[in-house]
Write a protein that binds this ligand. Sequence first.
Ligand code: MOS
Length: 711
Amino acid sequence: MTVTTTTSTAASAAVGTSHTRVEGRDKVTGAARYAGEVPLAGLAHGWLVVSTIARGRIRAVDTAAALAMPGVLTVLHHGNAQPLESGYDGPMGTPDPALQVFQHDRVPYAGWPVALVVAETSEQAREAAESLVVEYDEEPHDVAFGVGHPGTYLPESNPRFATEATKGDLANEFAASAVVLDAEYSTPEEHHHPMEPHAATAHWANGRLEVIDSNQGSMFVARELALLFSLDPAAVRVRSEHVGGAFGAKGCRPHQVAAALAATVLHRPVRVVLTRRQMFSLVGYRSPTAQRVRLGADPDGRLRALHHEGLNQTSTVHEFVERSADVARAMYDADAHHTVSRVVRLDVPTPTWMRAPGEAPGSFALECALDELAEKCGVDPIALRARNEPEVGPISGLPFSSRRLLACFDEGARRFGWADRDPRPGVRRDGRWLLGTGTAAASFPTLAGPSTAAVTAEADGTFTVRITAADVGTGARTALTLVAADALGVAPERVVVRIGDSDFGPAMIAGGSAGTRSWSWAVELAARDLRAQLALGGSIPPQGITVRSDTTEALGALPPRERHAFGAQFAEVAVDVATGEVRVRRMLGIFAAGRIVNPLTARSQLVGGMIWGLSMALHEEAARDAAFGSHVGADLAGYHVAANADIPLVEADWVDDPDEQDPVGVKGIGEVGIVGAAAALANAVWHATGVRHRQLPIRPDRVLTAGTALG
Ligand code: MOS
């Protein structure tokens, strides 16, 4: 066929119209295979054994009894595992020692992987793993997180993240402030718990280590494994076709490494699936935070001084900083501005990114503090934010690529009915319920990572896109289909997007809300190039015509700007004065997040984020037992995630947010939905009861203990 017929269609406009997921039918019919269920001949099953102590040394692993059990093939542990190099935790910049599985006898926290039992069946592996006797020399541990811990330190800044930022004279501006607020806020340890547990199957094929995985970036996992096993990067292939949720927890983790170790020893495929309980210690979590916000303002609410400090915990083996204090650097200006994040090392697993790392807990403190300041000044909370709207980045001094925060508040206030709100707290009753409404702002940085893509014009008139993207349930595969279709000028039905294969080349991970932004950039570049080539005419050979792109240069040429998505959160709650229960009656979020590629799945992303915010505000809390150093109730019964019965009417929508200067225009929507949501709810609880809740979650017992301003 001639190429003119393939490109003659008028430019389609798939982007911006709603499309169901292209793999939706496969998923709901069960045809889609997840990492833990891909069939493989000769598959063996590994079961991880994790430490029962929180600190100490492994004295002995007695494998004889386990090895004699039915079906058991091997038991790997520090005494027999092959040496590994240190991996490279890319985004963090330093190797994560937790990936060096079974390399030494030290136990730095409860739930540390100490052995892998491999057997013919999963049940046999589990039974042997549970009967494996591991002896320890236990040492005293410290898992007590809190302000004033002597181990607190200021982490070093790195190029991506300054731990401290200062401007102006804080003491002077506080002294000159007519109104001062000084409040402490805390958030608990929270866990990602995607529906699909982590699972990896490793095997050697044609001299290559192949891993079938569930991750946020196959290229990233492949690179880690190549480093750990001293392999040529081309000798590792990681695939991750379907992912049942990730939220920051699905990078390279001990189970992929353990599976690869076992596959190497046994010369057959080995699968390791994590249990829900193991996920509490093996895949990262959101650190608890202790935060202090001090605000100094003129009587009208204009900020003179803004001070936000955050503290989080990390492990003794690796540093992770939860950047709670960062969010103020883009949100509000003040004559004096000081934000700092500190860390304390404890005998706990290393935390990691979890949906809106930094912004989620940070916005809870900052946006509650703004609400408290509004109350003190007698200014409407939205008017207070408008009064402190910066012209340029408060710390960077850079212009915003676009900033439509106030447009979000305007539209949200109109739809929520904010204008009729009586600002007095504790004056609305509905039977035994006290009613209140609250609002908060949201923002999340607009990031991008270098990515490559290949687009092929097939001889049959279809197009194939290949990119190492990850669809972690967001609808990214569908979004890229629409982007490619528009760039090629064809209907989406003629485009097949293949993702989740490290052989497709380097690409951004599904993280930082930057996946679709980064990948669509690469896909668009390649597709436009291909379209131009096809326009020159000629026929398509049987193997097709392939054009590749790489955004590294274009990304480097982006002018420095403050790039963020914004949003305004609104919530209405009812508080039961007899039981202390908080019921959410409705939530509304209005966002400004650039070009919305697929409104159907975009709305799901934003609503999902807001529901996480509700869950964070009212339910989620991982409790650590001081005596054992491990979790109490390490399952989804003990750790309650908001369920259908907890969720009221949640609406998300957006305002136009064009950015003509941006080569992509897509801002990312995976995380901004949770930002500010917990603060809007906490502010609504105050409006209902007259009592400020600065500690999350706002549990019934805490509501009862705090009482109401009504007495
Ligand atoms: Mo997400 S916490 O950026 O993986």
